[in-house]
Design a protein around this ligand. Structure first.
Ligand code: MTE
Ligand code: MO
Length: 383
């Protein structure tokens, strides 16, 4: 494959793999701002970044089980009502390194920063699907379509040189409140090549793998997408399953990400001055479930204090109607007195009362596909 036309990237990114380019910011840089600057936003690719340079000729095809297939140009997509949605995009492999400490898992090793919070501007998929004759809140189209598949222009080895692809249920795609976007802007600017120029899907509240970049076509189909990343990756398995006895078809494709938080102001093993320590980080949950609480313990989980939480209800770059931050992370902060040789633990609870799991062992799985369901953030402190 051809990596000769990769875009320039910020030197502060921690590179986990060069080809394909996979990188995340340092954890402390990640929580320096509520909106993650594009330069510091994690980058997750499965092949070279495609070059789409003739924007006049670029078209996205909408086809499959629809009455009226169409090809839309960028200017036609820009003429549709524009929405700006604040949403945290997170790779399901975020924090995989923590899982590897329990037992080896396959995949790119990520620290805690394979996620970012951005504002995404674009057309709603529910509006686009109306153009091909599928009305809002449809579960099954008149021609029997139940899923919406997104196919990219990139090429990856997992698809044997074919394009990256994924699907979501038609009901979600046609639900205006699900805020699924065909996005052409990120943080108020034209989306750059690394993040999907000229057009990508954003599926808020769902693992990043479904937010297909460099969109080529959208297809209304009967069965879920049969691509590698839907069928042979990003599924949750119990700890008893290994690479010899794995049965992929026995499990569902992962969609919503689970509740979690991570401490970003400290390293996993930190030496601090005696006295007050600032514990800050991010917390988020999938499916539009907000964060109810972040609890901090400095005595290994015996007693807890509640952290302050911070979420902007209106974000910059949004001229056109952000009404909630339900898809976006919260940042948290607590200033605590730590005893000598302490273990600091952070634990998130979402608005559906889901609690972040305590141990890696409880949720370990071979692909770490349920990996964004990470355990408490544990930090070991020494004076
Ligand atoms: N879309 C295409 N076409 N190719 C890819 O490799 N990676 C997916 C998703 N969409 C991918 C893709 C994965 S696994 C994630 S986590 C997100 O894009 C990462 O998006 P980002 O690089 O903009 O942060
Ligand atoms: Mo991902």
């Amino acid at each position: 494959s051809d990596y000769s036309q990769e875009p320039a990237r910020h030197p502060a990114l921690i590179i986990n793999s060069k080809q394909p380019f996979n990188a995340e910011p340092h954890r402390s840089a990640l929580v320096a701002s509520y909106i993650t600057p594009v330069d510091f936003f994690y980058k997750r690719n499965h092949g070279p970044i495609p070059v789409v340079d003739d924007i006049e000729r670029y078209r996205v095809t909408i086809e499959g089980l629809v009455e009226k297939p169409v090809q839309l140009s960028m200017s036609e997509i820009r003429k549709l009502p524009k929405y700006t949605v604040a949403a945290t995009l997170q790779c399901a492999g975020n924090r995989r390194t923590a899982m590897s400490k329990a037992r080896t898992v396959k995949g790119v090793g990520w620290d805690v920063a394979a996620l970012g919070n951005a504002t995404w501007g674009g057309a709603k998929l529910s509006d686009v699907l109306e153009i091909v004759g599928i009305s809002k809140l449809t579960s099954v189209s008149s021609l029997g379509g139940k899923h919406v598949e997104f196919v990219s222009v990139d090429k990856c080895k997992e698809e044997k040189g074919g394009p990256y692809k994924a699907s979501i249920p038609l009901r979600q795609a046609t639900n205006p409140d699900a805020d699924v976007l065909l996005a052409y802007e990120m943080n108020g600017e034209i989306i750059n090549r690394d993040h999907g120029y000229p057009l990508r899907v954003i599926v808020p509240g769902v693992i990043g793998a479904r937010s297909v970049k460099w969109l080529d076509s959208i297809s209304v189909i009967k069965e879920e997408c049969q691509g590698f990343f839907m069928q042979k990756d990003y599924k949750m398995f119990p700890p008893s399953v290994n690479w010899d006895n794995i049965n992929w078809s026995s499990r569902k494709a992962q969609m919503d990400f689970p509740v979690q938080c991570a401490i970003c102001s400290l390293e996993d093993e930190s030496v601090v001055d005696q006295g007050k320590v600032t514990v800050s980080g991010y917390a988020l949950s999938g499916g539009g479930r907000g964060i109810e609480r972040v609890d901090i313990s400095v005595d290994g989980g015996k007693t807890w204090v509640e952290a302050d939480r911070y979420q902007k209800s209106s974000v910059p770059y949004a001229s056109d109607g952000i009404n909630s931050d339900k898809w976006a992370w919260v940042l948290f902060k607590a200033v605590v007195d730590v005893p000598e040789n302490a273990e600091i633990i952070a634990k998130a609870v979402d608005t559906a009362a889901n609690v972040q799991p305590e141990n890696v062992e409880d949720i370990w799985n071979l692909r770490d596909a349920y990996d964004s369901s990470d355990p408490y953030g544990n930090i070991t402190i020494k004076w």
